[in-house]
Design a protein around this ligand. Structure first.
Ligand SMILES: [Zn+2]
Length: 335
């Protein structure tokens, strides 16, 4: 007897990947991984990948060298629900676990070996509030313990060719600083899983951080607002230019555009948590709004002002952030 499985459940029952190997093996070429819908309601990457798969199927586009794997829907449960996450944020705590606790743990157990089997990652996202696309890179080359790295130059080239004018760096060490502060506060608090996750340094490890920890490199491309139809074109151009940059496609078919000069590079330097549901912003901040030294960004429940420590930028403001989690990030222009 066959059990009746609801269609909705069966869609989230597996992870679908599409891999293409070039037949020209005369010179080495990297293995590229392209991810869509790591967050289920961020579908520009899914749409761009779907278009390109059709072109690869029809022969309109050919992978000449190296390998490319496309995962159009990286979090099928969240995608099916039309939400950012299923049980939790897939782009955090990316690691293999012996005893998976939730849907995203099970995806991570399959996704981590796929990440390790590739050299370069292009992770396609979109964002909630309006604004221009931007691309996130990792740290500069360093031999520290948090995120040691030696491919900053290649990663910057990748970022430049994905298109956006604005580049954001310094995510993991800023995140880790927030985790350290949160852990101190939580020492007396509860021990539920959501609290444990936001107070673990590994919680800051998403797809690109995992990739770097395994010797690869990669960028997160934020293609625009979730519902902006131009996001699909941004994602599509970024995939094509990445394949051209890495030499996976015939340059006559997909010419590599020169990277435009004069990009703005913003370094995340601090994160401020929401401490009370009564904490509120002075206005509806958008990512990359500029603020001046001592400008009031928000008020604590107590009425205390939260001010900009110096001239800089608000990034990832979340007016409805959960108490004890990120309220906004603060960034400076890279000198
Ligand atoms: Zn996202």
């Amino acid at each position: 007897m066959t059990a009746t499985i609801p269609a909705s459940t069966s869609q989230a029952a597996h992870l679908r990947t599409h891999t293409f190997h070039g037949l020209d093996t005369s010179q080495p070429a990297p293995r590229l991984l392209v991810l869509g819908a790591v967050h289920g309601n961020e579908t520009c990457g899914t749409q761009a990948i779907t278009q390109l798969l059709a072109e690869l199927e029809s022969g309109g586009l050919v992978i000449q060298r190296g390998t490319v794997t496309f995962i159009p829907i990286t979090n099928p449960l969240a995608y099916q629900l039309g939400r950012r996450m299923g049980d939790r944020n897939l782009n955090r705590n990316m690691t293999v676990t012996a005893e998976p606790q939730d849907f995203e743990d099970r995806i991570a157990n399959v996704l981590c070996p796929i990440l390790e089997a590739h050299d370069v990652l292009l992770d396609l996202h979109s964002f909630h509030t309006g604004g221009a696309p931007f691309v996130m890179i990792g740290p500069q080359n360093n031999t520290g313990t948090l995120e040691p790295f030696c491919q900053a130059e290649q990663e910057m080239q990748l970022a430049l060719h994905t298109g956006p004018w604005r580049i954001v760096e310094g995510w993991l060490d800023t995140y880790a600083r927030g985790v350290k502060r949160r852990a101190q506060k939580a020492a007396s608090g509860g021990s539920d899983r959501s609290q444990a996750l936001v107070t673990s340094t590994n919680y800051g490890v998403g797809t690109t951080e995992y990739m770097r920890s395994k010797g690869g490199y990669g960028v997160t491309l934020e293609c625009g607002q979730h519902d902006d139809p131009k996001g699909t074109d941004v994602a599509r151009q970024a995939i094509l230019q990445t394949m051209a940059l890495l030499g996976l496609v015939d340059p006559a078919a997909v010419p590599l555009s020169p990277a435009a000069a004069g990009r703005e590079i913003l370094r995340l330097v601090d994160v401020t948590d929401r401490e009370h549901t009564g904490d509120r912003f002075t206005r509806e901040w958008r990512s990359f709004d500029a603020v001046k030294t001592d400008e009031v960004i928000g008020w604590r429940q107590s009425g205390e002002e939260v001010k900009a420590p110096q001239d800089g930028f608000i990034v990832f403001p979340n007016p409805r952030g959960e108490v004890g989690q990120e309220w906004f990030y603060f960034a400076l222009r890279r000198a």
